[in-house]
Design a protein around this ligand. Structure first.
Ligand SMILES: [Zn+2]
Length: 303
């Protein structure tokens, strides 16, 4: 008996140390992998790298401090609803391989003016800007979502640009062998043949950006139309996809739309909008529209 016990004790510690080290190693690996896959960083202007090479800027309207946005009867602040949808949208898009840039840190007291937000967007050169808001109306019976684009983009970015090594430059001229671009105060060139695949030429005329914004608005409209708990503002698409001269869309040199997810002043709609599961469904629906806009298939599930 004593002999057996002794034998067991001399064997166990080493065995347990090996098992413990093994478990710790697995735990560390899983943690590393999940932190890479499920990057939960929602800090403003911090681009989260995805796999599809498309960057979406997400602007969650208003903030926690001085500009809380609209206030619904009962004290629900708009920024909170915006943050809910924006976070869900970010999670959804990240899972689909998109890069995400935020104009403001969600669920924080951080304030960002519209000028500062436009600067963050413009420095990130996203492929699309999506601003999330919620609506109000004196008439409490008014309900439904609307999508806004801005046909009055600033013209200062008109012309052709090149995306190269993570930066965007204005193209100054092109010939058969080289593309010349403005970098800081000087003109540089890249060899078209040897740099093939390393750069992307993009047109940035404001009319193109407006057309793209309308296309994105239309794709998101078609997707959101399928939501069961929220409908378009009216049956006339021209009153749902609206042209409005909003500052953020005017000042940003990318295609961009604002989604007004619904009316906080409508009691039954507000009840749907504050529901976290519904916020996720709105986000999923917007993401489906974004997939369609970029001609990406395979991510879609039913709303
Ligand atoms: Zn708002």
């Amino acid at each position: 008996m004593a002999k057996r016990r002794k034998k067991r004790y001399s064997f166990k510690p080493r065995f347990f140390i090996i098992i413990a080290v093994f478990i710790l190693l697995i735990f560390a690996c899983v943690k590393l992998i999940t932190s890479v896959i499920n990057n939960d960083n929602t800090t403003a202007s911090n681009t989260i790298q995805g796999s599809n090479n498309i960057t979406i800027a997400i602007d969650s309207g208003h903030d926690f401090k001085t500009d809380k946005g609209a206030v619904a009867p009962g004290g629900v602040y708009e920024y909170k609803l915006n943050d809910g949808v924006a976070k869900a949208l970010s999670d959804e898009l990240k899972s689909r391989g998109y890069n995400i840039v935020f104009t403001r840190t969600l669920n924080s007291s951080e304030e960002k003016t519209l000028n500062e937000r436009a600067l963050i967007v413009n420095e990130a050169w996203p492929d699309l800007l999506v601003s999330i808001h919620h609506n109000t109306n004196e008439d409490v019976s008014v309900k439904g979502f609307t999508i806004i684009y801005n046909s009055q983009k600033t013209n200062i970015y008109d012309g052709q640009y090149i995306k190269y090594k993570g930066q965007t430059y204005k193209v100054t001229k092109k010939d058969d062998s080289y593309i010349y671009y403005q970098s800081g105060g000087s003109e540089k060139k890249l060899d078209i043949k040897s740099d093939t695949g390393n750069y992307k030429l993009i047109d940035l005329t404001s009319s193109d950006l407006v057309a793209k914004s309308k296309e994105a608005a239309n794709d998101i409209y078609l997707s959101m139309k399928n939501l069961s708990f929220i409908s378009p503002l009216t049956s006339d698409i021209n009153n749902v996809i609206i042209d409005q001269n909003l500052q953020l869309m005017r000042q940003t040199h990318c295609a961009g739309i604002t989604v007004e997810c619904g009316f906080m002043t409508n009691e039954s709609e507000l009840a749907q909008l504050i529901n976290e599961d519904n916020q996720k469904l709105i986000a999923k629906s917007i993401a489906n529209g974004i997939d369609n806009y970029f001609n990406i298939s395979g991510n879609k599930e039913s709303n």
